[in-house]
Design a protein around this ligand. Sequence first.
Ligand code: G3H
Ligand code: 13P
Ligand code: ZN
Length: 342
Amino acid sequence: MPLVSMRQLLDEAAKGGYGVGAFNVNNMEQIQAIMEAARETKSPVIVQASRGARAYTNDKFLYHLMLAATELYPEIPMVLHQDHGNSVETCKSAMAMGFTSVMMDGSLMADGKTPSSFEYNVSVTREVVEAAHAKGITVEGEIGCLGGIEDGHGAGGDALAHLTDPDQAVEFVRLTGVDALAIAIGTSHGAYKFTRKPTGETLKMDRLIEIHRRLPNTHLVMHGSSSVPKDLQDIINQYGGKLKPTWGVPIEEIQLGIKNGVRKINVDTDSRLAITGAIRKVFFEKPEEFDPRSYLKPAREAMEKVVAQRMTQFGQAGHAGDYTPIPLEEMAKRYRLQHLAS
Ligand code: G3H
Ligand code: 13P
Ligand code: ZN
């Protein structure tokens, strides 16, 4: 199956009332883990690459791995998405390479750290929407900023400092025409999201519900949505790791989000934890091993397991065969008609 537009995949998810995990990739083992999990659970997938991932793989390797995935898993609708594009140029280079969806994260300046103005965000996002929709490519925007700077994306330590304002969200969607909207409700990237199980004080699901009420036809995106499960933390620490106690986003909160307009759920940290735990275990139990396959195979299996679990929990499992991909040219035509009608 060719790569598909994220707009189609999220429209289908909205029709079916389920969410779709967007899993980050940086290498062959991660792509294989996601595709095997998708096959096992019969799920449509969003595979996303950060700027760091594109630099790490030098673009070409990443893109050709994705093409290999479309050939080897022809039954799986797959989106290739740019995660946290920091500038119009980053998004345009992803489009030129064949990505079928881009995130223009104009909530921060191009440094990925400094919160931007509403006007700046609208202007860069609008420019990306115009270029992308002309090619049938989907655009995700962000309003409000995630917390944390652990991985270089985020506005600082306090995840509650830049929550999404529902009025601004409505205005932002109207002015930019984005297909999907990432909102800030108290999450942050990485393993250290919450110091205890989040409550309504730290994870603002009420804010999400309000935004969905105001924007019932916009696909919402939850970033920083790894659950950071205790069992994955324990494996790492059992085999010599030093993770501090921490909490992620509980699955039941994500499921509540899915009932309230969340269609894309970003998960990277859970995959990283699964991979690292499996590798540490081999290193600890078999210090004589030095064939990379002896630890990368269990690492790949551990990631597949957590991704398959998320696909089932988000509800995308069983939906891979529901639809045939709409070609990007047809998507571009639809955007043109929509634009003329508005
Ligand atoms: O946006 C956050 C993702 O976890 C990607 O992180 O920039 O380290 O690849 P990264
Ligand atoms: P996690 O760090 O919670 O996995 O979030 C990933 C993310 O939001 C990527 O954009
Ligand atoms: Zn993110």
